[in-house]
Design a protein around this ligand. Sequence first.
Ligand code: SF4
Length: 672
Amino acid sequence: MITVAKTAGFCFGVNRGVEIVYNLVDEGNKVCTLGPIIHNPQVVNDLAERGVRIINSPKEAKPDETLVIRSHGVRPEVYDYIKNVGINFKDATCPFVKKIHNIVKRESSKGKTVLIAGNRDHPEVDGIKGYCEQDAYVFSTLEELKTLLKNHKNFVKSALILVAQTTFNSILWRKCVNFVNKLCTNVKIFDTICNATSVRQKEAVSLANNSDLLIVVGGKCSSNTRKLFDLCSARCKSMLIETVNELHDCVLTPLPLKIGITAGASTPACIIEEVHEIMSKKINESAGSSGEMSFAELFEQSGQQAVYKVGKKVKGVVTAISKNEVQVDIGGKQAGVIPVSEISADSSVKAEDVLKKGDEVDLIVTKVSDQDGIVTLSKKRYDAEKGYDMILEAMDQDKVLNGTITDSVRGGVLAVTCGVKVFIPISQLSDHRIEDTTEFVGKNVDFKIIDVTPSKRRAVASVRKLLNELKQVEVEKLWDEIKEGDVRTGTVKSITNYGVFVDLGGVDGMIHITELSWVKVKHPSDIVSVGDTVEVTVKDLDRENHRISLSYRKAEDDPWRIFTDKYSVGQVLDVKVFAIKQFGAFVGIMPGVDGLIHISQISDKRIDKISDVLSVGDVVKAQITDIDYDAKRVSLSMKTLLENSANEEQQKNLESVENIEGVEINRDAIAQ
Ligand code: SF4
């Protein structure tokens, strides 16, 4: 069966350009084109035979020629020159390309930097750059885009626009857009990929998914044709040809059952038709070439059952499960057998784990024995083929896959997902360094596909990429939500002499040593250890530099609060002298609260040196004379207590004298 893609061949823009040239020639004009009108040698040769010249610069145009500007478009300077010199010209620039010129001109005139996803050597991209009034940067891969943004850190905040070459790969475009959106805060995105291109690419992918062979017809220099080929060859056996001549000598054995044909935007319909014809002929010849019929063909001819060829996809119903094989009914007289090794890519999986009698399963024929009528089948291969498509889709759409790690191999591990084994390099196995991969065997992990080699059907996955992306989401969420005064729980990540770093969930905050406790701390490790879960208060946020200052001190533990709740001016305390200065003695009242007994408040007699009266370590009684909460100062006095006690003594003496009858009291004399 041969299917020709509906979208194969000339797109609107190319068709318009080619028609303009043919019409000019038919009308008897001398014509030259600025570069080949399309990337198709057959059309270009045909036009050359009709006298159409290809020139590289408008300066080469002859006065009697009409110059045709092709669908790719040109820089504005080219129009200026043509008009100034007075060259006759026809503009075949595709309207979709013109639209990009207008976008970049308008946006860049507002001061925005232009990022162009495309091939920097392509004339369409060169033309677009010509309309940019600000700097324009071209990238052709996600890696190039990442490097560009890394080298221009200011792009994160600058006003940017992102446009694409009309034929840019739509899947890659989506990835680039996602990346830019995540990183740049002031970017406007214009999806300028031509609809004709994306529709053709989508149809080609769907055709490739349902074909055994896909023939892509088009110029080998044409970027859109090459992109079609890349997309198709990742999904099924594909050929890129320019003309039918390349098919004449090609031997296709066995001849594929389902053949698809698509073509690039520059491929004329007549070439597509020729390809279709020659392939139909090949199929007919192949059918009539063999005189002898195989067992399967004889059966088919007798109308008794379907033909089973190696590679054919069939459905079967499980009839019996034994130690070495699973028997399936595939609907004919031939017996279907799945060897146990062909059940799953994960060799630890047993047949009875995944199949039971009566189950309908999708299988691929791996061997047909005409003699004994046994068809050997593989579930593993069917799953792998289906899974491979799912893997390609997961990579294209940046989806998360889940798989079980089955083997530890050199340089990493193998994980089974969608029935396919994917390789996870050791460096991609985690977001931290891994020494021994064997501990991962048997574990179920989520990952993303980061690379696929279509020709070898190999896929490389990364757990680290996924973890980093999840972390980034968490980080952004945390920065969105966090505010000063928040109380959060974190894990102590590291300790330095000046403080402690706490992981708040992807973002680190710092507790300065002075914020660890209300009392003086010698070293942060006296308070916390690495790995501790701590409750912290957000003190300060520096969103620009992504810095968070934290405090481990609790308001209710504030010793000044406790002190002022418990004590007031006038109260007498036992305090311990911890330092003696010329002007007074410092005393400890309670942890975190110290006080000062001024030299004048130490004794009721004059003292020259405090050390004559007090020593460090002495515990003395003192009365609170002042509390300055804001300045965190407490003044105390020993003298007031001495005066009080002297007064009390005097009072006692008076009372004892009064008790003696007949004695006249001279109070003043006593007082002295
Ligand atoms: S692919 Fe699209 S943009 Fe390019 S010439 Fe064709 S129609 Fe125009």
